[in-house]
Design a protein around this ligand. Structure first.
Ligand SMILES: Cc1cc2nc3c(=O)[nH]c(=O)nc-3n(C[C@H](O)[C@H](O)[C@H](O)COP(=O)(O)OP(=O)(O)OC[C@H]3O[C@@H](n4cnc5c(N)ncnc54)[C@H](O)[C@@H]3O)c2cc1C
Length: 127
């Protein structure tokens, strides 16, 4: 094999590409795999800034653990002790829109009557 030949090329180092890399290495260790990432950092849309003692997630901040595979991957990566479980303090969430903090509605009826999106946006989501 020359330096530029790989069995598998993964395009993108967001969570999809990184998970694919992890499971390929686990299940097919003999394959040569190359991950290509256009950005200067891995993670894609996932990221966190630490400012003045606060953790500010760029967007994604959690995952559902009703399917075991995500927790399995966390364990395989040795990150189980780093998991922060959601608690009552984070059940009330806000999104900043038009310079105003708006409470994130947690049910479809509340979503339809909230101001989290303009009426046109709420209708598009419902459709
Ligand atoms: C505001 C917000 C909140 C969210 N909250 C949650 C949450 O709480 N829980 C949850 O599970 N999901 C959440 N999601 C969804 C979740 O973030 C995405 O589903 C997930 O991160 C997508 O990962 P990905 O690897 O598929 O794509 P991306 O994260 O978009 O990664 C794609 C990567 O590919 C790279 N790339 C693209 N083109 C090329 C190329 N030609 N060559 C090389 N590299 C390339 C990009 O630079 C990028 O790094 C949220 C999304 C948003 C926007």
């Amino acid at each position: 094999m020359t330096e530029n030949k790989y069995d598998v090329a993964i395009i993108g180092g967001g969570i999809s590409g990184l998970s694919a890399l992890h499971f390929l290495k686990l299940k097919q260790p003999s394959l040569s795999v190359k991950l290509f990432e256009a950005d200067s950092r891995l993670g894609g849309t996932i990221g966190t800034d630490n400012i003045d003692g606060f953790s500010l997630d760029w967007g994604p901040n959690g995952f559902l653990d009703r399917e075991p595979i995500t927790l399995q991957m966390v364990e395989q990566l040795g990150l189980t002790d780093s998991l922060e479980r959601a608690n009552d303090n984070v059940s009330h969430r806000f999104i900043l829109r038009d310079n105003k903090l708006r409470s994130v509605p947690m049910s479809p009826p509340k979503f339809m009557t909230s101001s989290i999106l303009p009426v046109s946006g709420r209708l598009r989501v419902m459709m």
